[in-house]
Design a protein around this ligand. Structure first.
Ligand SMILES: Cc1cc2nc3c(=O)[nH]c(=O)nc-3n(C[C@H](O)[C@H](O)[C@H](O)COP(=O)(O)OP(=O)(O)OC[C@H]3O[C@@H](n4cnc5c(N)ncnc54)[C@H](O)[C@@H]3O)c2cc1C
Ligand SMILES: *[C@@H]1O[C@H](CO)[C@@H](O)[C@H](O)[C@H]1NC(C)=O
Ligand SMILES: *[C@@H]1O[C@H](CO)[C@@H](O)[C@H](O)[C@H]1NC(C)=O
Ligand SMILES: *[C@@H]1O[C@H](CO)[C@@H](O)[C@H](O)[C@H]1NC(C)=O
Length: 505
């Protein structure tokens, strides 16, 4: 009976018989009382709208159906149905993951948290409650009336759930730790459907494992973050913007970054990112930027003297503005609608691998032009360096610890996390480019290995699915994650049925 309805449904949708389980998993979900109207099938406008709302076209896979919970109870029902039916699934938070299979699946059901996007401020607990399907821009805006903010994305467009559960590097990292380190409590739906709160008193092992463990332990339905006061709560602003340099200044800017990184502890409210952006369509070439920010809204703090001393600055967009505006400006530099590949690496705070990465970046772009000509594909790439400092890591330890595994590296000095991004239109261009990008990263890793400066650690939120991310957190972190998974997901649902994101080794 069930299967004949299923077949009729499949036929009505014009789907092949091979996707017969479309019907089974998705129709079961649709039958659940609480999920009426929350399950979307291909070719419906709700389904298409959700596909259009992905940041990366590479990630916007077409699942058998999508289901959008509105509450933790919904999420609990969903996971119970999926487990009972042995249905593969993916988890989508804000939908900003770059690569194929980062937040959705083709063969299975995508649990899409897009309707759980609220931010609420609790004046009694003084915590900001944030749902996983929101975006930081609106989180910041919601919190402004209370004179507070939280450690969220530096681009306002970025999603909340993936960002926080994968670490979260923000303007506040040096002063407060990674975003995950500022989470007081996670509300999570476990594999068996029970809804638990994980914090320092309740399930502290789960709380810690969720700080960097991404989607490996459960469905996060809400998280409470400690607020960060603005310097002047009545004037909720920060200072920041971009310094634009002549390309010839590259080595001097890298020296300034090395110096900045080693001095972060003196001014933890200042942060910077140095990046080369290859934007042939917009610029006809490459630009070199230092994005600099001070969260106390101090204009040109001394921490940036080194960047200002470098010759060849031809523009300076720094200004005092709302966090939301600064975040908005940064977000506009990485627009939605492309196919994307991001790859991550890290090494000691040493100029050599950075200069090497930049030199090879120029060669890489020339190679990419051959397989994905920018005039046809809109090709653009970034080569980006960010400090990972003792200031960041010690805050994590002080706040109960996370599973990012940075402690062992930082004991030998500060580091740099490296991100290579690639964006194009066209699946074939993306496919042709991937081997060039992975070869570039392999070469950079080999070079850093040779110098003895390679951390080998990969930032989950920047890494590609071909990279071995969770193993790179090191044995201690992996053990904690495995122990938490064995305890809270004894049947291995999030390893076996989850098709999106990074899994435990
Ligand atoms: C323009 C842009 C700017 C960025 N800027 C920054 C930055 O400043 N700092 C930084 O650290 N990163 C940054 N990132 C990377 C960003 O952190 C990741 O893309 C992150 O995954 C985005 O979160 P999301 O909720 O949109 O994730 P999604 O892509 O929706 O999800 C990614 C993964 O997160 C997990 N996940 C999401 N929601 C849940 C949930 N409810 N329960 C369990 N697991 C869940 C899942 O495993 C999922 O597979 C940026 C990305 C972009 C595109
Ligand atoms: C939340 O999502 C709904 C539905 O997509 C949308 O209308 C609303 O503007 C979003 N709210 C926030 C705060 O992002
Ligand atoms: C950062 O700012 C806070 C105020 O928000 C201040 O207490 C702290 O001393 C500053 N830290 C450093 C190292 O400058
Ligand atoms: C669900 O799983 C958790 C963790 O394994 C366990 O503590 C709890 O008792 C389970 N709940 C039910 C209803 O089985």
């Amino acid at each position: 009976m069930r299967s004949s309805i299923a077949l009729a449904f499949v036929t009505a949708l014009g789907l092949s018989a091979a996707s017969g389980c479309v019907s089974r998993c998705c129709l079961e979900l649709q039958k659940a009382d609480k999920l009426k109207g929350k399950v979307y099938f291909p070719d419906s406008s709700a389904y298409e709208d959700r596909l259009d709302s992905y940041w990366s076209v590479s990630a916007a896979l077409s699942p058998w159906c999508m289901v959008q919970p509105s509450t933790a109870d919904d999420a609990s029902q969903i996971i119970k149905f999926l487990v009972a039916g042995d249905c593969p699934f993916g988890i989508r938070g804000g939908g900003h993951g770059a690569h194929t299979l980062s937040n959705s699946v083709e063969h299975g059901v995508t649990i899409d948290f897009g309707n759980m996007n609220a931010t609420t401020w609790d004046p009694d607990t003084k915590l900001a409650s944030i749902q996983p399907g929101g975006h930081w821009q609106s989180v910041y805006d919601e919190l402004v009336p209370y004179g507070v903010t939280v450690a969220g994305g530096r681009a306002g467009t970025v999603g909340t759930g993936g960002f926080v559960s994968g670490g979260g590097n923000s303007f506040y990292s040096a002063s407060h730790g990674m975003a995950c380190d500022t989470v007081a409590n996670f509300e999570v739906v476990l594999a068996n459907g029970s809804i638990v709160n994980a914090n320092k008193d309740n399930h502290p092992d789960l709380w810690q494992a969720l700080k960097g463990g991404s989607g490996n332990l459960g469905l996060i339905t809400s998280f409470d973050m400690y607020p960060i006061d603005y310097a002047d709560p009545t004037k909720p602003v920060v200072w920041g913007g971009n310094l634009f340099y002549d390309l010839a200044s590259g080595p001097a800017v890298i020296d300034a970054l090395v110096d900045f990184t080693n001095n972060v502890y003196k001014d933890e409210n200042s942060s910077s990112i140095v990046y080369w952006a290859y934007l042939p369509d917009i610029l006809g070439g490459t630009m070199l930027n230092a994005a600099i920010e001070n969260t106390l809204a101090t204009v040109k703090p001394r921490a940036f003297d080194g960047y200002y001393a470098v010759e060849g600055i031809y523009d300076d967009t720094t200004k005092i503005d709302t966090l939301s505006a600064v975040a908005n400006e940064l977000g506009s530099g990485q627009p939605a609608g492309f196919r994307n590949i991001w790859l991550a690496a890290s090494f000691k705070n040493d100029a050599r691998p950075m200069n090497y990465a930049v030199e090879k970046f120029t060669e890489l772009n020339a190679e990419l032009e051959k397989v994905a000509p920018s005039q046809e594909t809109g090709l653009n790439t970034l080569c980006m360096f960010q400090p990972i400092t003792e200031s960041i890591v010690e805050k994590g330890v002080a706040n109960g610890g996370n599973v990012m595994g940075l402690e062992s590296h930082i004991n030998d000095g500060n580091g740099i996390m490296f991100l290579l991004t690639f964006a194009v239109h066209g699946r074939e261009a993306e496919e042709r480019a991937l081997p060039l990008l992975t070869a570039y990263m392999q070469d950079l890793d080999d070079y850093a290995d040779k110098l003895g400066v390679n951390w080998g650690w990969r930032y989950l939120n920047y890494a590609h699915r071909s990279q071995d991310v969770i193993s790179s957190f090191g044995e201690d972190a992996v053990e904690k994650l495995q122990a938490a998974a064995a305890k809270y997901d004894p049947d291995g649902v999030f390893q076996r049925l989850r098709g999106s994101g990074f899994k435990l080794p």
